[in-house]
Design a protein around this ligand. Structure first.
Ligand SMILES: Cc1cc2nc3c(=O)[nH]c(=O)nc-3n(C[C@H](O)[C@H](O)[C@H](O)COP(=O)(O)OP(=O)(O)OC[C@H]3O[C@@H](n4cnc5c(N)ncnc54)[C@H](O)[C@@H]3O)c2cc1C
Length: 409
């Protein structure tokens, strides 16, 4: 039996502690907050999308970086293992749209309670309100951690400090600092799965409008970098919602490096341009003598009508039966390609995850142990691993955490 210290009591640290304790080690978690899993509590809008039950190929399509590195940990503890694990510790789960797995009760607090119970059962010690200041290393072997005025010795240390997003939950990037201090490299860090800011001022007038069943295309210097169908929401500074958060992950490499990043929204993806034109003609036919500005109620949500009228270049007071074919074509083009210029991504306060992290070249993928410092492990979001929304990021935490905990000898 050896002594294991886990730095950080988020999902990756908790599962690592459980796995190490199951191997018979004496485990202590050091958590700077007054409780475990503050971020876990707010996941999935308080419902916690624990994992995703998609098959392996589909699962890996949703990973954004270093897929190959993740294979070993996923193979040792995959999405099905995660579901079984939670069911075995008394948490019933259910499957929703897109194979997303949630607790049957819809409460993230039940996920945390189940984990807490398991930690107690396995006699894992938890030091709350204790911020780790650095990692104690001698001759490239980890010896423990340093907190305020104290050095705590251990045989191994698992760093599970998370990233930089939602810093109020405790994830303030400490693990990156620790890693750099002991010779690890950290790749470029950026907020990801995050809303986007756009240049067009009129976006403010659309605030709160949610559009379902739309298609988006994102272009960097006119090259398409992302396409998705789904739902988005307008904010006072730009765009958010599922398709935007996912799209942001593909924008990260281009932001600040590319002159032009644009997003084009197809408001009517189910219709070809010709079908849309016919639809507009039918609508116009019913309101022949109305002004153009009063003719789009059936086609568009009310908040969108004024901006579309202005952008169409058609005189708002023109009678519908006087609108020319060319003007109608322009309107169709606009509805199929409502375009905004992306200026920046929102910051870490609104980012679901951090893109980038501990350079995976310096980590053994079969154990999560550092290749530089013996008996030191990195797990979860602190690593340069990230995925789209849908339960995939938590699975990264469960798989890497479990692998590290069960690899300690
Ligand atoms: C709003 C939101 C919703 C999300 N929803 C989902 C979802 O539904 N499904 C999904 O798969 N993913 C979701 N995610 C992402 C997911 O929460 C993260 O990927 C996951 O929490 C990462 O786990 P982690 O254990 O690596 O890090 P964290 O959860 O960030 O935990 C790190 C812990 O380490 C502690 N810590 C940090 N530094 C120190 C230190 N120096 N000393 C002591 N303790 C320290 C922190 O206080 C924290 O408790 C969501 C994220 C956000 C922000």
């Amino acid at each position: 039996m050896s002594k294991v210290i886990v730095v950080g009591g988020g999902p990756s640290g908790i599962i690592a502690a459980i796995a190490a304790a199951e191997m018979g080690h004496a485990v202590e978690i050091y958590e700077k907050n007054e409780k475990l899993g503050k971020k876990l509590y707010i996941t999935g809008k308080g419902r916690c999308n624990i994992t995703n039950e998609s098959d392996k190929d589909n699962f890996f399509e949703q990973l954004c970086s270093n897929k190959k590195f993740f294979y070993s940990s996923f193979n040792k503890f995959n999405n099905i293992d995660t579901i079984n694990f939670f069911n075995n510790i008394g948490l019933k789960t259910k499957k929703e749209r897109g194979n997303r797995i949630f607790p049957a009760t819809n409460k993230s607090s039940d996920v945390i309670s189940a984990l807490n119970k398991q930690l107690k059962l396995l006699n894992v010690k938890i030091k709350y309100n204790t911020e780790v200041k650095s990692i104690f290393v001698e001759d490239n072997i980890v010896k423990g951690i340093k907190i305020m005025n104290e050095t705590i010795l251990s045989d191994s240390v698992i760093i599970a400090t998370g990233g930089l997003s939602y810093p109020l939950t405790g994830s303030t990037g400490d693990g990156y600092k620790f890693a750099k201090e002991i010779g690890h490299r950290v790749t470029e860090l950026n907020p990801s799965l995050v809303p986007i800011h756009v240049k067009e001022e009129y976006i403010k007038d659309l605030m709160g409008l949610s559009l379902k069943n739309i298609n988006i295309n994102i272009f960097a210097n006119n090259k398409k970098i992302y396409e998705e169908f789904g739902e988005l929401i307008f904010t006072h500074f730009g765009l958010s919602g599922p398709v935007i958060l996912s799209g942001s992950s593909y924008i990260v490499p281009y932001i600040n490096k590319t002159n032009s990043i644009k997003i084009a929204i197809d408001l009517k993806p189910a219709l070809t341009k010709e079908q849309l034109d016919n639809r507009i003609l039918r609508d116009f036919d019913e309101v022949k003598n109305k002004d153009f500005k009063n003719s789009l109620d059936k086609l568009l949500p009310s908040k969108l009508i004024q901006p579309i009228v202005e952008l169409s270049g058609i005189n708002a007071d023109k009678k519908v039966n006087e609108i020319t074919k060319i003007e109608r074509n322009n309107l169709v083009e606009l509805l199929k390609n409502l375009t905004f210029t992306i200026t920046k991504l929102a910051d870490y306060n609104q980012a679901v995850i951090t893109k980038g992290g501990i350079n995976i070249k310096e980590i053994n993928p079969s154990t999560m142990e550092s290749k530089i410092i013996k008996n030191l492990y990195f797990v979860g979001e602190v690593l340069d691993l990230d995925a789209l929304t849908g339960g995939y990021n938590l699975q990264i935490a469960w798989s890497t955490g479990h692998l590290a905990g069960s690899s300690i000898e």
